[in-house]
Design a protein around this ligand. Structure first.
Ligand code: PLZ
Length: 470
């Protein structure tokens, strides 16, 4: 029996075209898109909050810049002292569409007012289904697919491993040098860098094997190209552990935390070929590089690989916690009913946010912006690599660019210089992040909606900081 309350009609289904979302709306005013320094950073209000934070929070929680944010949007973060910082971090590749994109905010408001949670395992809602349909259509390959939603990147990677194991009946997982896959126990086992992520937290789950990643700057060396060497090492590893014990190869198509490493050409295609040869599930960890960041929706597209499972998170939820595993229907369906889930997995407010993000990605404007950002970054920073021996490389794709620092005349990483450059940028109101196994890489992750003049201004500050620090 129905009563007379009105209810939302189900969404029109996967074939409905997505229209492009407006970038601005009077209902969601954006902060002024300008760098403004009213105080030294951090300002007095941030310092006061930091004292409370230090007394209330454990040491294990790090911070890049101890500034407290009051509002954010476009390419700007406004702190509690009224400073406007240029955002080259996007909350680590999350707010690609901006931190208060109207398409996200209006959907979140509307959804939160209707209901915030049911648990999708208890009663269902159409936003989850629609996000799944969109991801099934967007991910590489036109085979039948399924999507399961989660909350964090680590959870997506963990579940990809569970699905690959269930589908193959094999235990092993192959990962790569410099890889980052998360902070849960299994994903820590898969993450390469010991300090600060892993030290003191072991033992970790077993059956995780590590192969070299094809890093153009640092090898592996030896006869043949970098990709060929890395692939030979992968074959050798599979021979050693027994390829028929390996469920999955998990690879970042462009490494994030490990140093924004674009793999040598041919590497990803080679990994795909080797996985296929041995019936190993190819998992692309697109958590950081996916959802438009590199100028294509997925970084896997740059080499035309078709992963069996794709992990997404970060930018997918537009700032709300949402993650996904999307993959071949026959693999995804290998897990028995009840084997996947989580209380918050695919939360309806996060799904509403994701539909806003997907709407914004649909017309290609943001992908175009990402490619434009790469051109601007290269134009402004590549001359530094030619001029300064401490700048080993300017690299990356789209709006995922980085500068690597070394001791002049060598490949010895210079983490101190990277830290000094970041500190100068921070003092000037430009939020940059350091990354890399050796901590010697400055990475740039601006929101894709950052205005061009603000991007250029931030890059000017970065270039001046590099010149003066090196
Ligand atoms: N896979 C490729 O980059 C998260 C880590 C921040 P979660 N990277 C940012 C930090 O220091 O904790 C990441 C990633 C790749 C997986 C993850 C994990 O995603 O949402 O942080 O769990």
């Amino acid at each position: 029996m129905t009563n007379d309350v009105s209810f939302a009609a189900p969404s029109p289904g996967p074939s409905a075209p997505l229209t492009s979302a407006p970038l601005t709306s009077p209902a969601v005013p954006q902060p002024e898109q300008r760098r403004i320094l009213r105080t030294a950073l951090p300002g007095p209000r941030s310092r006061q909050l930091q004292r409370r934070r230090d007394a209330a929070l454990p040491n294990g929680l790090g911070v890049t810049l101890p500034v407290f944010v009051e509002r954010a949007g476009g390419g700007v973060l406004v702190d509690v002292d009224g400073n406007h910082l240029i955002d080259f971090a996007s909350g680590i590749a999350v707010t690609s569409v901006g931190a208060s994109a109207p398409a996200v905010v209006t959907r979140v408001r509307e959804q939160a007012a209707r209901f915030t949670h049911t648990c999708f395992l208890v009663t269902e809602y159409d936003g989850y289904v629609e996000v799944a349909e969109r991801l099934n259509a967007l991910t590489p390959g036109d085979h039948p697919k399924r999507t399961a939603l989660f909350s964090t990147g680590a959870e997506a990677v963990e579940n990809a491993v569970k699905i690959a194991r269930a589908a193959t009946g094999r235990p092993g997982v192959v990962v790569f040098d410099h890889a980052y896959h998360g902070r849960s126990m299994m994903t820590l086992a898969m993450t390469a860098k010991e300090v600060p992520y892993k030290s003191g937290f072991g033992p970790f789950p077993g059956e995780v094997h590590r192969a070299p990643y094809a890093c153009p700057l640092r090898g592996p060396g030896g006869p043949g190209g970098v990709a060929e060497q890395a692939l030979a090492a992968l074959r050798e590893l599979l021979e050693r552990v027994g390829a028929d014990t390996v469920a999955a190869v998990v690879v970042e198509p462009l490494q994030g935390e490990g140093g924004f490493v674009v793999p040598a050409p041919g590497f990803l295609a080679g990994v795909e070929r080797i996985a296929r040869e041995h019936g190993i599930v190819l998992v692309a960890d697109e958590v950081q590089a996916g959802m438009g960041r590199t100028g294509t929706v997925f970084a896997s597209e740059h080499e035309g690989i078709v992963p069996d499972l794709v992990c997404t998170a970060k930018a997918l939820g537009g700032g709300l916690p949402l993650a996904a595993v999307t993959g071949r229907a026959e693999l995804m369906d290998a897990v028995a009913p009840g084997g996947l889930g989580g209380t918050y997995a695919g939360n309806p407010v996060a799904c509403a946010a994701a539909l806003g993000v997907l709407e914004m990605l649909a017309d290609g404007t943001l992908l175009h912006r990402a490619r434009r950002i790469e051109r601007t970054v290269r134009e402004q920073l590549e001359p530094l690599a030619a001029e300064l021996p401490a700048v080993a490389e300017v690299r990356g794709r789209g709006a995922m660019m980085a500068v690597e620092f070394v001791r002049p005349g060598s490949l010895e990483p210079d983490a101190e210089l990277a830290r000094a450059v970041a500190a100068r940028c921070h003092a000037e109101g430009v939020l940059t992040l350091v990354c890399g196994t050796y901590g010697n890489v400055i990475r740039l992750l601006p929101p894709l909606v950052i205005p061009e003049d603000l991007l250029r201004e931030g890059l000017d500050v970065l270039a001046a900081s590099i010149r003066s620090a090196s």
